[in-house]
Design a protein around this ligand. Sequence first.
Ligand SMILES: Cc1cc2nc3c(=O)[nH]c(=O)nc-3n(C[C@H](O)[C@H](O)[C@H](O)COP(=O)(O)OP(=O)(O)OC[C@H]3O[C@@H](n4cnc5c(N)ncnc54)[C@H](O)[C@@H]3O)c2cc1C
Length: 316
Amino acid sequence: MKLMTTLHTVERLRALFGDRLAISEPLARHTTARVGGPAELFLSVSSTEELLAAVEVAYAAGLPYFILGGGSNILVADAGISGLVILNRARKVSFRHSGAGVVCTAESGANLSALARQCISRGLGGLEWAIGVPGTVGGAVVGNAGAHGSDMDATLLAATIWEPGYGARVYNREEMAYGYRTSVLKRDLAPGRARRVVLSAELRLTPEPVDVLTARADGFTAHRKERQPGGATTGSMFKNPENFYAGYLIDTAGLKGLRIGDAVISDKHANFFVNDGQATAEDIRALVAEAWNSVRDQFGIEMELEVELVGDWAFE
Ligand SMILES: Cc1cc2nc3c(=O)[nH]c(=O)nc-3n(C[C@H](O)[C@H](O)[C@H](O)COP(=O)(O)OP(=O)(O)OC[C@H]3O[C@@H](n4cnc5c(N)ncnc54)[C@H](O)[C@@H]3O)c2cc1C
């Protein structure tokens, strides 16, 4: 990135967003694992219009951009992220009747779990699985988030997505090409390539009694509490390999409780890697390498990361 181009882009962003454009913002403040170095440029947006404006300025200038939702499925390098990080807080939500059901349209920065609670209180079923899944609607649409036998694939009707060099376009569910914790957008994440941006999502909901929905959600919450550790984590580190649970493999490899620096493999659930104090991203990555190598050596299984490593990692 040429210095003059960057300066010009910073001026453009300042003209649009004023002091909200920050320099060198520590990303540990914005990730659930509480690790990650600085964003070179950092901007919090609160509407889809602002999200679009920021992405379009960056794209036109050739400035790399990264959309940050809840920061709950990423491990940001200690060196941070070059270019512009856009924290998505576009949260508007609306509901409309459609045949026997209801369609919820949510901006992509809406908090997924809070949205699920809002649906329950309105007597609308379909999103209870998302209670307790941290992060935003956008992150869930990209990663096909899911729990308790359901997922985005089963809930999404359509998503409005901005495509670099083209503009906004509506994708139907089939076009998202969902698989286990993946989508057409997630498969397309090559370093250096401009990323597509989820602007909003339409979710299919069905009227159900509030007490039925509440009981279901309470059951899911209890299940989560019983099995998962609290604290600063990224959720499941690895995807479950076919016919296995990643947590079972890591546990059986004898790695529960393994610690590197302040990063530790949870005693409660071995697929959760916890920042137990002042862990660095490198501590967690070293634990990831240890788990991956041990499981491959002991069981011949090469696990795939569910969490995305982002930013300026030394090994790239
Ligand atoms: C305690 C805990 C429990 C969890 N439990 C579950 C679970 O049960 N099921 C599950 O599926 N996941 C779970 N997760 C993982 C995580 O919550 C989900 O993957 C979540 O959907 C990520 O959303 P996010 O907004 O935090 O995304 P981020 O981590 O901020 O981003 C993830 C990726 O999505 C991209 N992205 C985010 N928003 C947009 C957008 N608007 N447009 C384009 N790209 C975007 C980012 O650039 C990045 O590439 C858990 C995590 C934690 C910490």
